[in-house]
Every structure is written in structure tokens, then in C-alpha cells.
Write a protein that binds this ligand. Structure first.
Ligand SMILES: C[S@@+](CC[C@H](N)C(=O)[O-])C[C@H]1O[C@@H](n2cnc3c(N)ncnc32)[C@H](O)[C@@H]1O
Length: 372
């Protein structure tokens, strides 16, 4: 059965090569060349597995378009700008952003669009969504392939799919968390046979003090460093929006989502979206280390309110039928909901930029959003 194919392949790999680190398991689930979750399907929307902010409302992409315009002005209105999106899903956010940008011809006419996408099914979907756009659109496998030049980079729910390492604290130190096979032949979590030497030296103090049994997750800084050095050297800014925590802390957030509900990440590899929260403190630190300026992070609710979501919603509602006006009001509430687990507080927004750009719209150099 195809659904079992990846599970069987992972079990065979573990039997031949030993327990598999969580990062390798996550990478295999998402990117296996044949059965990987992001290689074979469109997972978005009501009939899919999850719904993202751009799919909740056009307002989200439109406001990111206006944010792009304000950054472009701060950059000194360069005659050409690369608008890069990482992991553009169905292309909805880009379509909405471009519609908002059309009112500014000096920027719109100089825009080239660059979509970094690995999923062939979603690439086709993006092509269809953006078929009416006359600007040049290029697809890339990696940001490394996007030509040099001033740019604005947008990434919504992109970093959470990049594989994480999980470490588990034992009496004798931190060990890499692994996936192994239990006596009944099912996958289970375990720990490497030896601690990773001197791992705790690199840890933030809060994490170092975690009790035995605590789990700490980290991602390699490779991707954020690429974005930071690009905007530092070639001018521009990046906006990263994702669910995650403001401060590095010990927690296990490795999760699977299928059909809009949480699933066991070890049950059906390749059949569910496996993700982990984003550590915004780690992203900010890595960006600063390469010499980019960091803005925020702030909560999604604060960001969207500061860039004018209430005004935009009111304008749309004025022209809408009562039914559509209700939809707009529900979407506004959903995107900015700061209740427990709400998108407005779960999601954080981080800006990084060329160092001379200060006070980017919706973000703040001075204040940090409260909570975790
Ligand atoms: C959770 S979806 C978010 C989609 C979209 N940004 C949105 O908000 O609706 C993740 C996106 O990243 C893409 N993706 C996953 N891994 C990737 C990788 N390593 N490189 C480029 N894109 C990737 C997926 O195909 C998908 O488009």
C-alpha cells in the first residue's frame, strides 16, 4: 500500500543503519523524493490538512503588499526590486500583495517576482493563481538561485517546516533524540546511546537549567543566515511570520497535522504535515550575528493592527453584502485572535534588514511583544 510505503522504508533504514535522528525523520517525511508530504500534494485549504493566514483572508496578503511598499520607500525607491516569497503555497498571498501594489506604478513596474518552492503540485497551483500577472515570475528550488539585487523577502509558515534537531536532557548531558523501533515493530522516540560532547556550552542559560527529561529543539542557522546576508549586502528586508516562541526555551513542539487535527507524528510518515515551532530568539540572534538589523519580533495581532488591518476590514465591509461583511469580521477576528492558541498570539513576526533601515512598519526596534 502506498500509504505504508514510507513507513516501511523508514523501518528498513532503521534496521540497517540504526536509530534515525528526529531531523532526518522530519526531512524524510516532508521531502522524500517519492513519498514526501511536500513533494506530492497540495495540503492547504478546507479539504486539505491546514489553513494558513493568506487563505483565511485577502487582507493578509494585501497588508504584506503595503508593507513591501513602505520598505521600498525607506530603501530610497530603487527602480527595480525583487519580491521573493519562500514557500508560497497556493500563490494566494503573492496575488493579494501584488493587487495592493498595483496602485504604486513606480514600484509595480520595476518588480520581478521570485518564488522559492520545492513542491511541483503547488508550483502548478501558483502558476494558475498568478496567470494574470504581467511581471516576470521565476521559480527557484532555493534562495541561492535568486539573482542578486535589492529585494523584499516574505516567508509565511516556511521556517516551521524546516527540519529540527531535538535534544533530550539526561543525567550525563544532552543526547540527540532519535526514532527507533519498539518490540511490537512500531516507531517510538528514543535517545542516542551517548551524550553530545559539550552541547550545553552553546545553550542559552534558561535552557541549560532545564530539568532532566526536558527536550530542546534547534534548527541549523543556514537559511536565516542566507536571508540576513542577502539583505545586508544587496539592500532590502525580509519578513518572517510563523508560529513559535519569542524566547529560546526547552519544549517539545514536534507535531503532525492531518485534516485540521493533531495526529501522531510517528504513525503515518508522509501522510501528515510534520512541523515544529520556530524559535524567534534564535533567528534574531543568527541574523544579528551576520550584521543585519533585527526588527521585533512582535505578535501577529500587533503587527496586523499596526499596519492597518482594522481600517482595511472596515473599508471592505462598507462595500460588502451583509453575508460577506460577516465573513470579513470573522476573518479579522481569526487573524488577530490573542486567546489561547489564537493565530494573533501564536504567530510572531520578525523583520530583518539592511542595517541602515530603521523602524520598519508594524515592527519596532525598541519594544518586544509580551508573553511567549
Ligand atoms: C505550510 S506551507 C505555507 C504556504 C504559504 N506560505 C501560506 O502561508 O499559505 C509551506 C510551504 O513551503 C513549501 N516548502 C516546504 N519545504 C520547502 C523547502 N525546503 N524549500 C522551499 N519550499 C518549501 C511548501 O511546498 C509550501 O509551499
Amino acid at each position: 500500500m502506498t500509504e505504508q510505503a514510507l513507513l516501511n522504508e523508514i523501518k528498513a533504514l532503521i534496521k540497517s543503519s540504526g536509530p534515525m535522528p528526529v531531523w532526518r525523520y522530519m526531512e524524510t517525511c516532508l521531502m522524500h523524493p517519492r513519498y514526501g508530504y511536500y513533494v506530492s500534494r497540495d495540503p492547504l485549504g478546507r479539504e486539505g490538512d491546514f489553513t494558513t493566514s493568506p487563505e483565511v483572508s485577502q487582507m493578509f496578503g494585501e497588508l504584506l503588499g503595503l508593507w513591501t511598499a513602505s520598505v521600498w520607500k525607506q530603501m530610497g525607491s530603487p527602480p527595480s526590486l525583487r519580491l521573493i516569497e519562500l514557500g508560497p503555497g497556493r500563490g494566494t498571498m503573492m496575488a493579494d500583495a501584488l493587487r495592493a501594489l498595483r496602485v504604486l506604478p513606480p514600484l509595480y513596474q520595476g518588480l520581478s517576482i521570485h518564488l522559492v518552492e520545492v513542491n511541483p503540485v503547488l508550483r502548478e497551483r501558483q502558476q494558475a493563481t498568478l496567470s494574470g500577472v504581467r511581471n516576470s515570475i521565476t521559480w527557484h528550488d532555493s534562495i541561492d538561485d535568486v539573482p542578486d539585487g535589492p529585494s523584499v523577502i516574505l516567508a509565511n509558515e516556511y521556517f516551521d517546516v524546516l527540519p529540527i534537531h531535538q535534544m533530550i536532557k539526561r543525567e550525563d548531558g544532552w543526547r540527540e533524540r532519535v526514532i527507533e523501533i519498539d518490540p511490537n515493530g512500531n516507531l517510538q522516540f528514543g535517545a542516542a546511546s551517548e551524550p553530545t560532547p559539550r552541547f550545553d556550552v552553546l545553550l542559552p542559560p534558561l535552557v541549560r537549567a532545564a530539568p532532566v527529561g526536558a527536550v530542546f529543539e534547534w534548527r541549523p542557522d543556514t537559511e536565516i543566515m542566507k536571508l540576513a546576508s542577502r539583505v545586508r549586502d544587496q539592500d532590502g528586508a525580509a519578513l518572517i511570520i510563523d508560529y513559535g516562541h519569542l524566547r529560546s526555551d526547552a519544549c517539545d513542539t514536534f507535531q503532525a497535522i492531518a485534516r485540521h487535527t493533531f495526529a501522531d507524528p510517528l504513525k503515518a510518515p508522509g501522510q501528515a504535515d510534520v512541523t515544529a515551532h520556530v524559535d524567534f530568539e534564535a533567528l534574531a540572534r543568527a541574523a544579528e550575528d551576520v550584521g543585519a538589523r533585527v526588527h521585533g519580533p512582535v505578535t501577529q495581532s500587533d503587527f496586523l493592527k499596526r499596519v492597518g488591518i482594522d481600517t482595511r476590514a472596515a473599508a471592505l465591509m462598507q462595500k460588502a453584502t451583509p453575508e460577506v461583511a460577516t465573513d470579513i469580521s470573522v476573518a479579522l477576528k481569526r487573524l488577530t485572535d490573542t486567546g489561547r492558541g489564537g493565530m494573533g498570539s501564536m504567530f510572531k513576526v520578525l523583520g530583518i534588514s539592511e542595517p541602515r533601515l530603521r523602524g520598519l512598519a508594524g515592527l519596532s526596534d525598541l519594544e518586544q511583544a509580551g508573553g511567549n
